[in-house]
Design a protein around this ligand. Structure first.
Ligand code: GTP
Ligand code: SPV
Ligand code: MN
Length: 587
């Protein structure tokens, strides 16, 4: 399929290492995909679902010990340890290659090596980058074919260039003790062994589009971020775009696909999805920040997705979708997860493969990090700009996390540098998207803690530099928190589609048409300026979640001080100054 020397040489070397019986190049044709689906159904790797209700949809169960990203086993293998920085696990590259090659050696024996040429971003766009993933998993091939642009035209576009990301994935024995997700940013290389779960093995996603790409962005002057991209169309027909970074399982897919509340719909507001997880952003010829979504599908959290919370996501999963670790309804071969509806199937198999009668008290039907892999083209609110290689201009950048207390519903930063500070101090409760404890508050700067492919101190400096280049064309920076709890532990803010009420205020601030109140941490809305029509929420309750408590923030500032110590002299002086200024304003 290609004469590219660097490609053929590398594949030759890997083939010698892993010893496959056969090699199959993925050409992007429907016929090839269909044949692979059939083969995976024969071996039980995939289960064909009800083709009338869910055409071309399949179910897959991962190993029980392999259901989420493994941050503790994810490594940045830069030559110098300092270049991985204090927030990443590091391994010396020569030692890492040796260890990984020892694990991978001979592991494709009796199996097929699938060669997946893929493009992150529309094929041929100046934003886009090419990768090749080798895998012994049909599940990976089928997922990559939804999540990225795959096939012959990618190789044609690559030509004889050496500028592509190498990816080797070996399932091996799914041995959690020998599971490693390793990145070699200086070699454009990713090696993943002993896993079959999404974020660990769909190498175009977190491994390439964030960890490797963030490193490339730093060296080439652009940004790779864990951000959704959303367009809001006003009644005049103008569309403004925002990019928002929330940690894993904290609401990106939901915000990206929001349906405006009735009050807004009647006025003519519309919302358009450009991306739900990753944004690649460059300064355009006009000096503004432009963004593309490098992916071609959505790898979304299933639990909680329903007709009310996110009807667009649900509609997107009705064909051509792979479900992973959800419950299987044996009566009609459909799928179910917690929060889909109030009628769990009685005759079912839960996510680990055991019979399940739908009583949610003991076992769960779906794993909390069960996912759907759905083609972007299915999405009813997909932006017309989705396939545009030039991207969309970003008016506002929004950071956000899951905080029961402390962080208000929304606030605006005072400047770009102050906005970088706001992003750098993000904290959020951990979720099931990664293995480990759930619900623990941790610092997750820019929602990139698990995804930054180099020293996070240098990453902060890169953000500051981008602001200097953007000057007065820089997007305004905000922070949101949909997750404030009341004394009974209920969410106070309704969230989901109603989040448009907050985004509306954000866009008005960008236009200079909304007022604000100054607080020590930034500007919060006047409660009257958040549209509450059609909502059962009192102005006083709203005032409560817009509140900034000085005592809580004084404690927060101490926590930030402590966190910043990690970075030593890598911490940009601008952020040090921002912290000092915050402390002074809190006095
Ligand atoms: P990744 O794909 O892991 O990067 O996650 P994501 O940021 O796209 O998260 P997603 O939108 O899938 O949301 C994850 C969980 O947050 C789901 O259980 C949602 O129901 C819940 N959620 C999303 N938006 C809101 C909101 O506005 N309010 C509340 N209370 N919950 C929300
Ligand atoms: C996340 O965990 O942020 C995800 C899912 O988007 S995964 O692809 O597994 O990383
Ligand atoms: Mn994500």
């Amino acid at each position: 399929m290609t004469q590219n020397k660097s490609v053929l040489e590398w594949i030759g070397k890997m083939k010698e290492l892993v010893c496959p019986d056969t090699v199959l190049w993925i050409d992007g044709s429907e016929a090839q995909i269909e044949a692979l689906r059939a083969e995976a159904c024969k071996t039980g790797e995939m289960i064909k679902l009800n083709q009338e209700k869910l055409p071309n949809c399949y179910l897959h169960r991962t190993a029980v010990n392999d259901v989420a990203r493994v941050e503790g086993r994810t490594f940045i293998c830069s030559r110098k340890e300092e270049d991985a920085g204090p927030t990443n696990h590091w391994m010396e590259p020569q030692g890492a290659y040796k260890m990984l090659f020892d694990i991978a050696r001979g592991s494709y024996k009796g199996r097929t090596m699938y060669v997946i040429p893929y493009s992150m971003g529309p094929v041929g766009s100046p934003f886009s980058k090419i990768g090749i993933e080798l895998t012994d998993s049909i599940y990976v091939v089928l997922n990559m074919s939804i999540m990225t642009r795959v096939g012959q035209n990618v190789l044609d576009t690559l030509g004889d260039s050496n500028d592509w990301v190498r990816g080797l994935h070996c399932k091996c024995d799914i041995d959690a003790e020998k599971r490693y997700i390793c990145h070699f940013p200086e070699d454009n290389t990713i090696i993943s062994v002993n896993s079959g779960y999404g974020g660990n093995v769909l190498l175009g996603k977190k491994c390439f589009a964030l960890r490797i790409a963030s490193y490339l962005g730093k060296t080439e002057g652009w940004m790779a971020e864990h951000m959704l991209i959303l367009g809001i169309q006003n009644p005049k027909g103008e569309i403004k775009y925002v990019a928002a970074a929330f940690p894993s399982a904290c609401g990106k897919t939901n915000l990206a696909m929001l349906i405006p509340p009735e009050f807004y719909r009647k006025k003519g507001y519309k919302a358009w999805t450009v991306g739900d997880d990753i944004a690649w952003m460059r300064i355009g010829p006009d000096g503004r920040l432009w963004a593309i979504n490098p992916e071609n599908g959505f790898f979304g959290v299933a639990p909680g997705t329903n007709e009310k919370s996110n009807p667009n996501a649900l509609a997107t999963t009705k064909s051509g979708t792979i479900f992973t670790n959800v419950a299987e309804n044996l009566d009609d071969k459909t799928v179910w997860w917690e929060g889909l509806d109030h009628n769990p199937p009685k005759n079912a198999i839960e996510w680990t493969g055991k019979p399940w009668d739908g009583t949610t008290s003991k076992d769960k039907g779906a794993h909390p990090n069960s996912r759907f892999t759905a083609p972007a083209k299915n999405c009813p609110c997909l932006s017309d700009e989705f396939n545009s290689g030039k991207g969309v201009p970003i008016s506002a950048i929004i950071f956000g996390g899951r905080r029961a207390h402390t962080t208000p519903l929304v606030y605006q930063s005072r400047s770009w540098d102050n906005g970088v500070f706001v992003g750098s101090i993000m904290a959020s409760e951990t979720t099931a998207a990664a293995t480990g404890a759930v619900g623990v508050v941790r610092r997750d700067p820019m929602a990139m803690l698990p995804f930054c492919g180099y020293n996070m101190g240098d990453y902060f400096a890169h953000w500051i530099e981008m602001g200097e280049k953007l000057g007065d064309k820089a997007p305004k920076i905000f922070n949101v928190n949909w997750f404030r709890l009341d004394d009974e532990g209920h969410f106070i803010w309704p969230g989901f589609g109603d989040n448009l009420r907050v985004v509306d205020w954000i866009l008005k601030r960008c236009d200079g048409t909304a007022d604000a109140v100054e607080t020590p941490i930034g500007f919060v809305p006047k409660a009257e300026d958040i549209v509450l029509d059609g909502l059962d929420l009192s102005l006083d309750t709203l005032k409560g979640i817009l509140g900034v408590d000085k005592d809580e923030w004084t404690k927060e500032a101490d926590g930030i001080e402590e966190f910043y110590k990690k970075f030593g002299d890598k911490l940009p002086k601008q952020l040090r100054t921002e912290l000092e200024n915050l402390k002074a304003r809190l006095k």
